[in-house]
Design a protein around this ligand. Structure first.
Ligand code: ITT
Length: 183
């Protein structure tokens, strides 16, 4: 079994391919950027991207969009996570949260194009935002996110540790459990 994963992000590919390898599924990295719409949900961004790419790629593929949702900021940065990371970054988020509740979650929405239609699968990971950046593994918001029940941030975990409870792997499990993936 072989799956094509479209992403510009090497870390996403490494996490997903490490997990799929254990399940005996080969994952091919299609490394490319694509334009994302600005929308109010992670799902809309994910589905719209897959719909546009399905117009130019005839084979089956999947992609995913991920957002960090902070409860006391009414879900911000959510679907704006990419822009917010590029602009104010992790320190900017920590500054916004001074004296605020720190509960947050990551949401990943995978969109799979099966050659005919687009199917979506979600995964959520609850946690809290740390008081300072910690750790150098992972990427993006990993150094400020502590999964529920853990003491370390995702930035202090190996891929194997992060994959045990991650939003991305939960979405992936829903995907591979629900879909017949032939060659
Ligand atoms: P694509 O090519 O797959 O779109 P991307 O890096 O642009 O790669 P997203 O738009 O899904 O990915 O990511 C939105 C932002 O959230 C971006 O700043 C990422 O660094 C960050 N992010 C995504 N997944 C994350 C994770 O597992 N841990 C920490 N930060 C993450």
């Amino acid at each position: 079994m072989k799956l094509q994963f479209i992403t510009s992000n090497m870390h996403k590919f490494n996490e997903i391919s490490a997990y799929l390898k254990e399940s005996g599924i080969e994952c091919q990295w299609v490394k490319r950027t694509y334009e994302e719409i600005q929308a109010e949900t992670t799902e809309e961004v994910s589905v719209d991207s897959a719909r546009k790419l399905s117009g130019e790629i005839s084979q089956k593929f999947f992609l995913e969009d991920t957002g960090l949702y902070i409860q006391s900021l009414k879900g911000f940065p959510g679907p704006y996570s990419s822009y917010v990371f590029k602009t104010i970054g992790n320190q900017g988020i920590l500054d916004l949260l001074l004296n605020k509740e720190r509960a947050a979650y990551f949401l990943t929405v995978i969109s799979y194009f099966n050659g005919k239609e687009i199917l979506t699968f979600s995964g959520k990971e609850q946690g809290t935002i740390s008081m300072e950046e910690r750790g150098r593994t992972g990427f993006g918001y990993d150094p400020i996110f502590i999964p529920s029940g853990c003491e370390k941030t995702l930035g202090e975990m190996s891929i194997g540790e992060k994959n045990k409870h991650s939003h991305r792997i939960k979405a992936l499990e829903n995907f591979i459990d629900s879909v017949e993936i032939e060659d």
